[in-house]
Design a binder for this molecule. Structure first.
Ligand code: FES
Length: 115
């Protein structure tokens, strides 16, 4: 008998859940994409690890509830949506679906940026 595998093929294992600090961030690369994992409460979120203002890693920022604050100029983003909630950034940051399976975090990198 085998356990049901992750049913979305796009999900890839990112890291052990224990690697993501409580109320903190972890920057890593998945399929060549810089990813910022954010743990707040019992939830984990994933954003592209690049501030939309001046392209520095958001994983070096601070977490307040569902907000990540960029360390360089203080832009804030909602970690659930990637939308900017505080200036100077005005563009959203891509967010990626996250799944926790057992003791591991899985992220689906979706190539949905285009305009
Ligand atoms: S680089 Fe993030 S706020 Fe300026």
């Amino acid at each position: 008998m085998s356990e049901a595998p992750l049913n979305q093929a796009a999900f890839v294992r990112a890291c052990p859940l224990a690697d993501v600090p409580a109320e903190g961030t972890l920057g890593l690369e998945i399929d060549g994409e810089p990813v910022c994992l954010i743990r707040t409460g019992s939830e984990v979120f994933a954003l592209r690890d690049v501030c939309s203002h001046a392209e520095v890693p958001l994983s070096e920022g601070e977490i307040y509830d569902h907000t990540v604050e960029c360390w360089l100029h203080g832009s804030c983003f909602d970690v659930r949506t990637g939308q900017p909630t505080g200036p100077p950034a005005s563009e959203p940051v891509p967010v990626y679906p996250v799944k926790i399976e057992g003791d591991d975090v899985y992220v689906a990198i979706t190539a949905s940026e285009e305009s």
